[in-house]
Design a protein around this ligand. Structure first.
Ligand SMILES: Cc1ncc(C[n+]2csc(CCOP(=O)(O)OP(=O)(O)O)c2C)c(N)n1
Ligand SMILES: [Mg+2]
Length: 372
């Protein structure tokens, strides 16, 4: 048998439209109505302001923990513009901007981070799953949903999110392999923010890109500038259209950067350099999009002020709503199953004894802090 190079008929492309320096490539610029551009900007800014506020709320003990999304807003928001309400959105835990676009009230997102199950119930009228923390487990749900859409022939597609760290989990591989075999209408967006807590992208995989992993599954891969909302919209629109027309799944690698800490329990200065953060700051998706809108005369100081005031009002309202809910430290046990298991009952009693027993009581054996 001769020795030959196997030709693999798959595309891996990269895309960036909105520059952080230099000129816009007008040939690649998508035609998006002005009102939609403004709404996208408002959502992105809402997400940023919500993020800043959550950090403060965690510091004063109002929410348990929080995973900031600063710098990653375009990567999750862009794909949402490419789908309709009947399509499915399966998030990981850094998709605040996407959730706001889909109509999740800020108070609900606060409830989730505050440990209240009500924060996991999606708003009416959209096919969304809640925030998912067990890394990459959501890939399996997304694949099942996409396959279900195909079996039901309802024309819906599923857009799911996972992090670069999540790509090392078996769940990610199994979901993509299955989705490709069954040609399920799944668009898997990897938010490659360069870090999985303190593990850099280089130690996550030897592959040059995450997008190229698509080749092994037999699907197309797309490496996109994840801090460029226009590129994220265009890439997802193409993948969604293909999936809707029976062309199967696509893997989109959104190259982005976590400008903040992993969560409020993390200190990133322990493992990454200030120079690296400085390198990514000019690529921040928010000022890039703002500059674009200003160049199109869709934003000026007056409009911006109105938008900012509106968002600030919504934030205050959301926090006031959140404050009205009872904070129950035992909910993590009671809310797990319809009926508590003996182990959960035992753990709850142990915690209650510790909390109510004061200083002298023995510390519970397990860790009761929210692990993220
Ligand atoms: C199955 C599982 N293992 C470990 C964790 C703890 N954990 C939370 S986030 C995280 C890193 C995830 O990195 P990545 O997928 O790149 O997402 P990012 O946090 O960067 O958005 C880990 C290990 C978890 N939540 N779930
Ligand atoms: Mg990551």
């Amino acid at each position: 048998m001769p020795r030959e190079t196997i030709q693999i008929p798959r595309r891996i492309e990269s895309l960036s439209i909105l520059p952080y320096e230099g000129e816009l490539d007008t040939e690649l610029e998508p035609k998006i109505p002005d009102n939609d551009l403004r709404r996208l900007y408002k959502t992105m800014l809402s997400s940023r302001k919500f993020d800043e506020r959550c950090l403060l709320l965690q510091r004063i003990g109002k929410i348990g923990t929080y995973g900031p999304t600063k710098g990653q807003e375009a990567a999750s928001l862009g794909p949402m513009y490419a789908i309709g309400n009947d399509d499915w959105f399966v998030p990981s835990f850094r998709e605040t901007a996407a959730m706001l676009w889909r109509g999740w009230p800020m108070s609900k997102i606060l409830l989730w981070w505050g440990g209240n199950e009500i924060g996991a119930s999606p708003p009416e009228g959209v096919n969304d799953l809640p925030i998912c923390v067990p890394v990459a487990s959501q890939c399996q749900y997304a694949m099942g949903i996409a396959w279900g859409c195909k079996l039901r022939q309802d024309g819906a597609v599923c857009v799911a999110f996972v992090g670069d760290g999540g790509t090392s989990e078996g769940d990610f591989h199994e979901a993509l392999n299955f989705a490709a075999v069954y040609q399920a209408p799944l668009v898997m967006v990897v938010q490659n923010n360069q870090w999985a807590i303190s593990i850099p992208r280089e130690r996550q995989t030897r592959s040059k890109t995450i997008a190229q992993k698509a080749i092994a599954y037999g699907m197309d891969g797309f490496q996109v500038d994840g801090n460029d909302i226009l590129a994220m919209i265009v890439a997802t629109q193409e993948a969604v259209e293909k999936a809707r027309n029976g062309g199967g799944p696509t893997l989109i690698e959104a190259q982005t950067y976590r400008l903040g800490m992993h969560t409020t329990a993390d200190d990133p200065t322990k493992y990454r350099s200030e120079e690296e953060v400085k390198k990514w700051e000019p690529r921040d998706p928010l000022p890039r999009f703002r500059k674009y809108l200003k160049s199109k005369k869709l934003l000026d100081d007056k409009v911006e002020k109105v938008i900012e005031e509106e968002i600030d009002g919504l934030l205050e309202q959301a926090i006031a709503e959140y404050d009205q809910y009872e904070k129950d430290p035992y909910y993590m046990f009671k809310g797990m199953y319809a009926e508590m298991t003996p182990a959960l009952r035992r753990q709850m009693a142990e915690l209650r004894e510790y909390v109510e027993g004061g200083e002298s009581s023995e510390k519970p054996r397990g860790s009761y802090s929210r692990v993220l």
